[in-house]
Design a protein around this ligand. Structure first.
Ligand SMILES: [Mn+2]
Length: 253
C-alpha cells in the first residue's frame, strides 16, 4: 500500500476497548472517540485503528454485538465521505472477520502490515504476540484462532457467549490498569526490543503499535522510531503523521 498525503495527514489510534469495563464508562469513551473522529476527518487522508477497538467482538453469521452502534455508524459516515479507514485486530477482538469489510468497506488486518506513506516506510500492527516473552498469550492465541474452537464458540448462544467473553476479559490488563503495567520498562519493553531486532534485517522509518497501553516515542537504531499509541481509558492518545513528522498527541476536548 502506498499513501500520498496531498496536504493531509494520516491518523492512528488503538485500544479503545469499547464495552469495557462497563456500559457507562464505555458510552462516555465512545462519545469522546466520535468527537475525536469528527475533529480530524477534515484533514484525514486515512485513519488506522490499530486493534483492541472492541473489548470483545465476535462475528456470528446473523448477529452483531450490541453496545457501540454510534461508533460503528461514525465509521460508516467516514467511509461514506470517502475517507479510508483500516482496522487491525487486537488480542481482544481477533474474531473480526469480513463484516466490516463487506458492510463498510473497511479492510481488517490480522497481522502487521508494511506500508509507505509519503515515501516513509511504516510497520503498523497491534503488537500482540510479537517480541520476547508473553508465552501464555502465544499459546492462548493458537487456541483463539483455531477454526474448530471458533466453530464451537459460534454455536453457543450469543447472550451466553458474549457474557462469558466479558467475564474473561474482566481479568485482562485494561480493567486493571492501576497495577504497574503503566511503567516504562526500559530495555525490557518487548515491542521496542522487537523493533530493534527487526531493523537489523529490514529498514523501516516508523514502527507503530498499540497493545502496550502506554504512549511511547523511542529511537530504533540511528534514524527510525517506535511509537506506541497508548490507550483510551486513561490517555486518549493518538498518532498523527503529516509527511514530515510523526507525533503522539493527546486528544483534548
Ligand atoms: Mn489492549
Amino acid at each position: 500500500m502506498n499513501i500520498s498525503l496531498k496536504e493531509k495527514k494520516v491518523f492512528f489510534a488503538s485500544d479503545f476497548h469499547l464495552g469495557a469495563p462497563d456500559d457507562i464508562s464505555s458510552k462516555e469513551r465512545e462519545r469522546k472517540i466520535i468527537k475525536w473522529l469528527n475533529s480530524i476527518e477534515q484533514e484525514a487522508e486515512a485513519i488506522f485503528l490499530v486493534g483492541d477497538i472492541f473489548d470483545f467482538w465476535f462475528e456470528y453469521d446473523k448477529v452483531i454485538p450490541k453496545g457501540f452502534i454510534r461508533f460503528i455508524a461514525k465509521i460508516a459516515d467516514l467511509r461514506d465521505k470517502n475517507i479510508p479507514v483500516f482496522f487491525f485486530t487486537g488480542n481482544h477482538d481477533l474474531w473480526m472477520n469480513n463484516y466490516f469489510t463487506k458492510e463498510l468497506g473497511v479492510p481488517v488486518y490480522h497481522n502487521p502490515i508494511e506500508i509507505t506513506i509519503e515515501g516513509k516506510k511504516f510497520l503498523i500492527g497491534h503488537g500482540d504476540g510479537l517480541g520476547p516473552g508473553d508465552e501464555t498469550y502465544k499459546i492462548l492465541k493458537k487456541i483463539f484462532t483455531n477454526p474448530f474452537c471458533q466453530w464451537i464458540f459460534k454455536w453457543i448462544h450469543p447472550d451466553l457467549g458474549v457474557r462469558l467473553a466479558h467475564k474473561w476479559s474482566k481479568n485482562s490488563r485494561i480493567t486493571n490498569l492501576s497495577k504497574n503495567e503503566g511503567e516504562f520498562k526500559g530495555e525490557d519493553e518487548w515491542l521496542w526490543a522487537y523493533c530493534k531486532q527487526l531493523i537489523k534485517s529490514k529498514h523501516f522509518d516508523y514502527f507503530v503499535f498499540g497493545h502496550r497501553h502506554l504512549p511511547l516515542d523511542l529511537p530504533v537504531g540511528e534514524k527510525s522510531r517506535y511509537y506506541n499509541l497508548g490507550e483510551w481509558v486513561n490517555y486518549f492518545t493518538y498518532g498523527v503523521f503529516d509527511g514530515k513528522k510523526f507525533e503522539v498527541k493527546k486528544f483534548e476536548e
